[in-house]
Ligand binder design. Structure first.
Ligand SMILES: NC(=O)c1ccc[n+]([C@@H]2O[C@H](COP(=O)([O-])OP(=O)(O)OC[C@H]3O[C@@H](n4cnc5c(N)ncnc54)[C@H](OP(=O)(O)O)[C@@H]3O)[C@@H](O)[C@H]2O)c1
Length: 356
């Protein structure tokens, strides 16, 4: 098979690239905007990365992802499968325009490129949080004007509709991971966003508090719901499913890649406190922000984009994913607390090394 991927210099795309290199003999065209970064990535990959990976310089915000006419001609009719993974994974309202340019515009360019190249199959990585303000996630399209929490979710809801509108031109399928965390074997994670953005903010806050030498008994409250759950999935699980999808994805089908038994926010925060060695954090529910201390208001300001996810539970149907992995070596996710703690510890250990 010949495969074209976007987003391979990122957290999930890098894992998938590695997986495809190790478990298949496909030829991999990798569209990147930063050639230097991509060359370093290829140099660090195992085996025959040099001969099997062909780097294409491009940018998904440009028509045809910025590929030259000559490159498009050379690739036409030669690409079997297109993984579109590249996106901007930030939730801030101020980034609305950029989020739509990269996530929606980028998906439109990727789809147009795929059609021009006569690609047979297009696999799009979305997010489980296109569920928006509903509490139950299904493996179906959500209405285009669904109530959502932020422009990231909105850009992905609209992109999903766009992707499925190409169903008459090639086989399209959508994959929706929940919150992607490190590898379940090693804890390794090349990410600064979602849970990693949250953990970094808590780390920065802890350093500030320690610098001020404030009272070690003071408790700082994070607004959220203790019993609500955070749906975390290890990056290798998501990459395994995407790799299988090359052969097993069904056209027009949506796959939630989610955790069937997610941890509560209380357990998650306890694990983060253990890893950070910072016991002075607690969750507080239904509180008026004005009643919090100045430091607490600062803390909650630093993590405000995560509030929507900490305040409520979502549950997700992942029947299509279970059907996709049935009879393969990939087991339905069953992540225990020990693995989660290891993944969280790995992040802080790496950061301590970085600082040293
Ligand atoms: N992380 C999560 O928890 C999570 C959860 C659910 C779904 N997802 C989805 O999974 C996918 C991958 O997420 P991730 O966490 O791996 O993100 P990431 O680490 O930030 O990687 C994003 C990738 O997109 C590339 N990219 C961004 N803008 C581009 C542009 N204009 N042209 C070409 N490439 C561009 C980046 O290239 P550079 O290296 O040059 O920046 C990078 O390779 C995204 O579609 C995201 O929405 C992520």
């Amino acid at each position: 098979m010949t495969i074209l991927l976007t987003g391979s210099t990122g957290f999930l795309g890098g894992k998938l690239l590695n997986n495809l290199l190790e478990t298949t003999d496909h030829t991999l065209f990798v569209l990147v905007r930063d050639m230097e970064k991509a060359e370093k990535l290829v140099a660090n990959l195992a085996g025959q990365a040099d001969s099997r990976i062909k780097l294409l310089h491009g940018d998904i915000t440009q028509p045809f992802c910025g590929l030259s006419e000559e490159t498009i001609q050379q690739l036409t009719g030669k690409v079997d499968l297109f993984y579109h993974i590249a996106a901007l994974v930030k939730f801030d309202e101020e980034l609305r325009e950029e989020l739509f340019t990269v996530n929606y515009g980028g998906t439109e360019h990727a789809l147009e490129l795929a059609v021009t190249l006569h690609v047979k199959q297009f696999l799009y990585v979305s997010t489980a949080y296109t569920v928006g303000k509903r509490s139950h996630g299904v493996e179906e399209l959500y209405p285009i004007n669904s109530e959502i929490h932020n422009p990231y979710e909105e850009s992905k809801v609209k992109s999903e509709h766009l992707v499925l509108s190409y169903a008459d031109q090639m086989a399209v399928s959508i994959f929706r991971p929940s919150i992607i965390v490190g590898d379940s074997e090693t804890g390794e994670a090349d990410s600064e966003f979602t849970l990693y953005g949250f953990m970094r903010a808590l780390d920065v806050f802890k350093r500030r508090v320690i610098r001020k030498a404030s009272n070690a008994d003071t408790i700082y409250h994070v607004i959220g719901s203790k019993n609500a759950t955070s749906n975390l999935v290890p990056v290798n699980y998501v990459a395994d499913i995407l790799a299988l999808a090359a052969k097993k994805a069904e056209a027009g089908v949506i796959y939630n890649i989610t955790n069937p038994s997610p941890a509560t926010n209380y357990d998650l925060l306890t694990m983060i406190k253990n890893a950070l060695n910072f016991n002075q954090l607690a969750i507080i529910e239904d509180v008026d922000v004005q009643t919090l201390t100045t430091e607490e208001q600062q803390l909650n300001g630093m993590i405000s984009v995560f509030n929507a996810y900490l305040s409520r539970s979502f549950n997700f149907d992942d029947s299509n994913t279970q059907r996709l992995i049935e009879g393969t070596a990939v087991q339905h996710l069953d992540m225990n607390d020990k693995t989660m703690q290891m993944i969280i510890d790995a992040y802080f250990n790496v950061r301590v090394d970085d600082v040293n």
